[in-house]
Design a protein around this ligand. Structure first.
Ligand code: FES
Ligand code: FES
Length: 160
């Protein structure tokens, strides 16, 4: 089947089978390897992408579901000012980082802040439900997101 969708802001078309996973299309057809092969069962978060505005595990998305969708991978997102806000905020907090779930953590942060620009503690923790991070303690995560909010507010409006 032939499927058209928007990938990192560009219209693309792929020829594939209906049940091929999105993670394999990203990696094998487009060479986008930021979505990592982890558990392949939707449990680890290492294959995360933003799918129609929501953080989603790309190992759980079969090809037939991507028709006419909008997908942002870490490669596309890393070209944006919003990405820089998150990297700066994470660096400012005491967030532990082994690197395994970086893609999931960064995209979960953006997905959360798109929906809720000033999330409270509970909203922050809920926003990371799908990222199974072995290293980060919840309070560091809250601190990191609050730092990102401050950085973003200052960049956009000159105040926090
Ligand atoms: S590889 Fe997709 S959630 Fe683990
Ligand atoms: S930073 Fe190590 S698993 Fe998340």
């Amino acid at each position: 089947m032939t499927i058209g969708f928007i990938l990192n802001g560009e219209d693309v078309v792929v020829r594939t089978e209906a049940d091929i996973r999105l993670i394999d299309i990203l990696r094998d057809t487009f060479g986008l390897t930021g979505a990592k092969n982890g558990c392949l069962t939707g449990k680890c978060g290492s294959c995360a992408v933003i799918f129609n505005g929501n953080i989603t595990q790309s190992c759980l998305i079969p090809a037939f579901r991507i028709r006419d969708s909008e997908i942002i991978t870490i490669e596309g997102f890393s070209q944006t000012d919003e990405y820089q806000d998150i990297i700066e905020g994470f660096a400012r907090s005491s967030l532990e980082n082994c690197g395994f779930c970086n893609t999931g953590k960064i995209l979960a942060a953006e997905s959360l802040l798109q929906r809720t620009p000033r999330p409270n503690r509970e909203e922050i923790l809920a926003g990371f439900d799908d990222v199974k991070c072995r290293c980060t303690d919840p309070e560091s995560l809250v601190e990191a997101i609050q730092a990102v909010v401050e950085i973003r507010q200052r960049r956009l409006y000159g105040r926090s």
